[in-house]
Design a protein around this ligand. Structure first.
Ligand code: DLL
Length: 434
């Protein structure tokens, strides 16, 4: 499979590091001159742009967190005047004010280059017909991926999120070969197709580019089987750019990071101290080429591992493991740390459990309660009434062996857990906040 931009994607590591240093120096000078927040933060640490002499000197710089971006709402972190900003997006936060990000023409050009790499790494070419299932709008998913796919020369159908029957009609009539969206929506699409008697595996569809939310290997296998496609994962966040930050190649062995445009660090989420490659920690990102909205050492809260072993595809860019956990999605239930992704993994090890689930945490008296609502396949639901107790025990035992907690497992009718065209919600925490 050809590499979209071999000059950068297969660059020798020493040359890459030189490039990163050059770009890091100019980014630090850029924000110091143009963004009062950064000037103050650097001054407070007694650091000047000229103190950056190696890539590791990034550690002299302060972290940036969401609060800083919120406090300067809406445009206070922009490093260029508004007349140079040609696009604005915002993060998908559900409450309060969102984080607003801006792009110059140059930023859009870089963004398009990076999403073209994602598309190309998944094998998308000018021969493909690509149906966009991501939302267009303030969310970065739709627009970000859209332009990259156009740049590789493929035909885009900008369907946008939702209206699943119509999506399926287009897929059949237009000969869609690739889809782009969230993994949870891909599963829903499979489900609706099955209900309508449409055999998607017999259509020309062959590849799916998924991202925007976590999904495990079991989920990937399910999507690949039910849609008859190769599914790749890609990662990004609005604060840094949107999609395009990292993405898998067809070997599916970690997400190649766009290290020529971003500097990635893994830190201990508690102490902020750097961790060596190969250890799991919080991903911290510094943009190296952003003009309108550069960020310095942005705390993503996403937990991952960086791997530098060479990849069979020939790209020299290091890879990050699929993101399955965030520092802020850990639940503490009866004193035990639980990540929703661990529960998903446990569920999908039991045959007959569908990948639609809801974790409900509550409190009765002083006691935390953990309930996991799951759906089972339609055929099983009717057959299983007699076996229900044994089945829920099997699921609950699996959860116990993975997370060390007893959960009440409730079977719900197929189709009753909320489906969304955007990011799935897997947790409801009803405990009173003290
Ligand atoms: O979700 C950008 C994006 C759009 C990436 C489309 C890929 C495809 P935000 O809405 O700002 O931006 O959400 C960013 O979503 O910090 C992660 O926690 C999570 N996330 C995004 N992609 C993945 C992924 C977009 N592939 C936040 N795996 C991030 C796991 C992901 N988590």
């Amino acid at each position: 499979m050809p590499v979209w931009n071999p000059e950068y994607e297969t660059m020798p590591r020493e040359a890459l590091e030189e490039l990163q240093l050059r770009r890091l120096k100019s980014t630090v000078a850029w924000v110091y001159e143009r963004v009062p927040y950064y000037r103050e933060a650097l001054d407070a640490r007694g650091v000047k742009p000229r103190d950056i002499r190696s890539v590791d000197d990034v550690r002299l710089l302060p972290f940036t967190d969401k609060t800083a971006l919120r406090d300067t709402y809406p445009f206070g972190m922009f490093a260029v005047p508004m007349e140079q900003v040609v696009r604005v997006h915002s993060s998908s936060g559900t409450t309060g004010k969102p984080i607003v990000v801006g792009y110059t023409k140059g930023d859009l050009n870089t963004w398009t280059e990076l999403t073209a790499r994602i598309a190309s790494a998944a094998g998308v070419t000018a021969h493909d017909r690509v149906q966009m299932l991501f939302l267009y709008g303030m969310f970065t998913g739709g627009w970000g991926m859209h332009y990259g796919i156009e740049r590789v020369g493929a035909t885009v159908f900008p369907a946008g999120a939702g209206n699943t029957e119509r999506q399926l009609m287009m897929m059949q009539d237009f000969g869609t070969t690739a889809i782009v969206g969230t993994p949870s929506y891909a599963l829903y699409l499979a489900e609706v197709a099955e209900a309508e008697g449409i055999d998607v595996t017999a259509l020309p569809l062959r590849v799916g580019l998924f991202g925007g939310e976590p999904s495990g290997e079991a989920m990937r296998a399910e999507i690949e089987r039910r849609l008859g496609i190769l599914a790749t994962d890609n990662y990004g966040l609005s604060e840094v750019m949107g999609p395009g930050v990292s993405g898998e190649c067809e070997h599916q062995c970690g997400l190649h990071m766009a290290e020529d445009h971003f500097l990635f660090e893994i830190v201990d989420p508690k102490t902020g101290e750097p961790l060596p490659d190969g250890e799991e920690g919080e991903l911290v990102i510094t943009t190296l080429t952003k003009e309108a909205f550069p960020v310095i050492r942005y705390r993503t809260h996403d937990l991952t591992v960086i791997e530098t072993a060479p990849c069979a595809c020939g790209r020299t860019l290091a890879r990050m493991r699929k993101v399955r956990k965030r520092t802020d999605d850990m639940l503490i239930v009866r004193g035990v740390n639980v990540y929703p992704s661990q529960i998903e993994d446990a569920l999908l090890q039991v045959e007959g459990v569908e990948p639609h689930y809801l974790i409900v945490v509550d409190r009765t008296g002083a006691m935390d309660t953990l309930e996991v609502r799951i759906e089972v396949a339609e055929e099983m639901f009717s057959d299983m009434m007699s076996d229900m107790v044994a089945f829920t025990r099997r699921v609950s035992d699996r959860i116990h062996s993975v997370v060390g907690l007893h959960a009440k497992v409730t079977l719900v009718e197929p189709g009753t857990i909320e489906r969304t065209a955007g990011k799935a919600r897997h947790v409801v925490d009803n405990r009173p906040s003290e």
